[in-house]
Design a protein around this ligand. Structure first.
Ligand code: SF4
Length: 450
């Protein structure tokens, strides 16, 4: 639903800019390159299966790769629903249910406690409530639900009374709306069919259910101005949502935007304009009682943490179901095949649809806890030392001093934290420190690629 999420991107990330320095220490702060997973998926190897047996509680992710339209900025591998979409969706849901059963048995996960469930996409809200209930029943049959956080992504125009009731019956307690902008002119240019009025109505209905409500906004869309951006932030605040997530525009070669830019038909807000949007948004959200729970999600009074997302960054056991879904279980990062047809065919023939796997080394765990950990804006240095036996503030003293001089990080009370400027620069500090840690391990001084 939103362009920067936890599922597989539909295309390879763009290469680093030609002018990128050869040594990470020569980089200037930049906002390029969202880190989706660590280690990056390009290092995961083809594999049919691996042993994922373990005891820890699980987090479950379900990927729904269908949408009503292709938004012009989107780079995800999705399918637009066709006229025969009912059968299409039913077949996919049957495959999801079968995959849950197969995985529960093959990896001896049956009966394991589940702490969070996340339906992402694509657009999960195109699946009718009765089909969602089938998936939930299968989950309950295979696992032990421990009052899980249950997150569901919604495109506002798909929300009707039936869906509201269906989500309540499922036990959804966190709803995330892919809004991107509350400015009708900007939204129309993306190819989406939402309007400020429809969005606001859907959000108000969701708030009435008692669920925690998040809205995603995307800075840097075609036609965005400081006025339209301010309108979007202020509308989200006025609606009283619990969380506002601000994504930066990421361009990939398979997005319509990219081909139009190459043909000279489209220009987007500049890096400087985007930076100004991000700074203004952070200040405005802070002034209205929202605090960063990650560098891109701001929650009222810093409450309502996103357990599912943060557990993924911390490498807790998380299994991803559906085409292209990924997670990490028992120290193995793994991902399903991304082609929907291949996914369906594999599951329907009784095979687990694994595409690639990587067993994480100790160094991978240390890198992940640094690079992904800093997304939460704070790393507890003592906890890191207890976990990995390394004092980050000693090993990376030069890197931390450099980022402090740039005004991006601070060390206080045994915690390394992003400053407000560090928050605006997103993954930059994490990538810079990650490059430093890799230098410590291997002597390699190349910039870290997402
Ligand atoms: S709703 Fe739009 S942005 Fe979201 S996944 Fe579908 S096509 Fe992409």
């Amino acid at each position: 639903m939103e362009p920067l999420k936890i599922s597989l991107v539909g295309d390879a990330p763009p290469p680093p800019p030609a002018e990128a320095p050869a040594d990470y220490r020569g980089e200037t702060p930049n906002r390029n390159g969202f880190v989706v997973a660590w280690p990056p998926q390009r290092y995961w190897k083809s594999a049919s299966e691996t042993d994922l047996t373990g005891e820890k509680p699980l987090h479950l992710y379900f990927h729904i790769p269908y949408c009503l339209q292709r938004c012009r900025y989107c780079f995800y591998k999705i399918e637009i629903l066709s006229d025969s979409s009912h059968a299409q969706r039913e077949r996919y849901v049957s495959a999801l249910c079968r995959e849950i059963e197969l995985v529960a048995d093959a990896h001896r996960l049956r009966g394991r406690a589940v702490r969070s469930i996340y339906f992402g996409g694509g657009t999960p809200s195109v699946i009718p409530p009765e089909q969602l209930a089938r998936i939930k029943r299968t989950i309950e049959r295979c696992f032990r639900l421990e009052d899980p956080e249950f997150v569901f992504e919604i495109e506002p125009i798909t929300l009707n009374n039936r869906m509201i009731d269906g989500l309540a019956n499922l036990g959804v307690n966190r709803i995330s709306f892919g809004i991107q902008s509350f400015d009708d002119r900007v939204v129309a240019l993306t190819g989406r069919h939402d309007t400020d009025e429809k969005n606001s109505r859907a959000i108000e209905r969701a708030l009435q259910t008692g669920a925690v409500v998040n809205v995603d906004l995307l800075a840097g869309l075609e036609g965005e101005t400081m006025d339209s951006w301010q309108h979007s932030i202020d509308r989200a605040i006025a609606l009283g949502v619990h969380a506002v997530t601000v994504y930066k525009m990421e361009l990939y070669s398979n997005a319509h935007y990219m081909s139009e830019i190459r043909q000279g038909k489209l220009s987007l807000p500049s890096e400087d304009e985007e930076l100004a949007f991000a700074r203004w948004g952070l200040d405005r959200l802070r002034d209205n009682g929202y605090a960063p729970s990650t560098y891109f999600t701001f929650t009222r009074e810093g409450k309502y943490p996103q357990h599912h997302i943060i557990s993924r960054w911390r490498g807790e056991d998380l299994y991803g179901f559906g085409a292209s879904a990924f997670g990490t279980v028992a120290g193995h990062a793994r991902q399903n095949v991304s082609e929907i047809d291949v996914y369906l065919e594999r599951v329907e023939s009784g095979r687990i649809p694994t595409q690639r796997v990587l067993e994480l080394s100790s160094a991978d765990h240390m890198m992940r806890d640094l690079v992904m950990g800093l997304k939460t804006t704070v790393i507890d240095l003592d906890e890191y030392r207890r976990r990995h036996g390394l004092r980050l503030d000693h090993a990376l003293a030069d890197e931390i001093a450099h980022l402090s001089r740039e005004g991006l990080v601070a060390v206080e009370d045994g915690r390394l934290r992003l400053t407000d400027e560090g928050i605006v620069y997103g993954d930059y500090s994490g990538r810079y420190l990650g490059a430093g840690l890799r230098r410590v391990f291997t002597g390699d001084t190349k910039p870290l690629r997402a």
